[in-house]
Ligand binder design. Sequence first.
Ligand code: NAD
Length: 290
Amino acid sequence: MSVETNRGARSVLVGLIGAGIQGSLSPAMHEREAREQGLACVYRRIDLETLGLDADALPALLEAAERMGYDGLNITYPCKQAVIPLLDELSEDARALGAVNTVLFKDGKRFGFNTDWSGFTRSFQSGLPDVSLARVVQLGAGGAGAAVAHAALGLGAEQLALFDVDHTRASSLAAELQRRFPAAKVTAGGSLPDAMRHATGLIHATPTGMAKLPGMPLPAELLHRDHWVADVVYFPIRTALIEAAQHAGCRTLTGGGMAVYQAVDAFRIFTGVEPNAERMYAHLQALLER
Ligand code: NAD
């Protein structure tokens, strides 16, 4: 894809389309970083739930945003797949993943990107740079699961065992990933205790542990000190899983890094300006602690 960023923009109008996004921290993260960079930025929530709309409204909303001079949009549940046919060009990874979370309007065209997987990749590289990816267990094969599994295999995971309460989801994602990463071994289902016994690390990508869905996604006794544990849930930042993993002596990575780095990569696409990732991380942490 030839256009990657919106270079040289002096003021930025962006937004987030999704359902139930009133609690999203993206507006605060983007607007604050823009201010720090000397850019005027307005980041609007376009909440399907509040508007009484569903994903069918996406074509009209995209057209309206484009006509009103938006520079771009973040896209979240339930629109990450539905937006694809409405775009002119897709980055290679967004095409492979079949999901877009960032749209750039530029030169009369709509460009789609996926910064969820790149966000997880950067978070993992900075938080767990030296761990073994020989045998990875992942819980959750939904939207976030597809992005982080792609990231884990891109980072060099040799074996990836996917588990999901919806087994067909896990097996169809495993088949798709196996095609994309033929050198790795990707499996679905089986015995979770056995998989954990042999695993070097665990990626958690189910909603369990969120403030509105508290609890553990697996029995704590399956964790041992040689595992590393990476969570995607970031509200709260210290989930029951992260607490239990630290208690067991594991190295851990919270979902905060993924949340920040997906915004970092989207900010660069929207503005053409390199954001300060450390500053954005500190800001997110302050927002989460409030
Ligand atoms: P989703 O509904 O698309 O997928 C969740 C999957 O988990 C489903 O397939 C479901 O069947 C499965 N599941 C639920 N409970 C399970 C359990 N106990 N064991 C095994 N599988 C189970 O949701 P999603 O969009 O993938 O989001 C998942 C979580 O990731 C949410 O908490 C979301 O907030 C978080 N998330 C974080 C970031 C970030 O930047 N850190 C980005 C995206 C999503």
